[in-house]
Design a protein around this ligand. Sequence first.
Ligand SMILES: O=C(O)[C@@H](CO)OP(=O)(O)O
Length: 209
Amino acid sequence: MPNSERLLVLLRHGQSDWNLKNLFTGWRDPDLSPTGVEEATEAGRRLKAQGLTFDVAYTSALTRAQHTLALTLAALDQTGLPEHRDQALNERHYGDLCGLNKDDARKKWGEEQVHLWRRSYDVPPPGGESLKDTVARALPYYCQHILPDVLRGKRVLVAAHGNSLRALVMVLDRLTPETIPSMELATGVPLVYRLNADSTVASKDVLTA
Ligand SMILES: O=C(O)[C@@H](CO)OP(=O)(O)O
């Protein structure tokens, strides 16, 4: 009998080498830092402490999310879980900012402009994607692949990125272009959603330390 929990867990990858160096990353592909490795394992421990297990996982085409997923599943004793990888779940493309230091960017373009590029809904960084653009490619993937699995009773874990997950959280939590800028996702902190049959959110738990 399919379970009726309609469980969806969203997990931002652990700290990457470029998070540590404070560089815009986007679709560049650094791996996890040692702290990130620990955060990913700790995420698995927290999920396990809640008694949660999964039937299927989704992740991006980028190493830091895939590595996070592997470490989290290992901590859950669920290595080998069916896994779908797709660039629809990749980080927002940061365009010309990729590889630049975020503090250097603030000095060059000003605090306010850099904040708009990083957190506004519809101001794209030069040559890159706004959050609105990210929603436009992550949401169809969610609706066509992830949500149907959740609604048919599969317990789903998604390991992805700060902004591709902000795109999904914006929809799940019904945030607006006015409220989304203040929404930050910490690395390695699982967001545990349970959905109603109509795909709205029944409950949300943030598994912080
Ligand atoms: O550099 C990036 O790709 C992202 C996530 O690390 O940065 P920001 O938090 O500035 O959107």
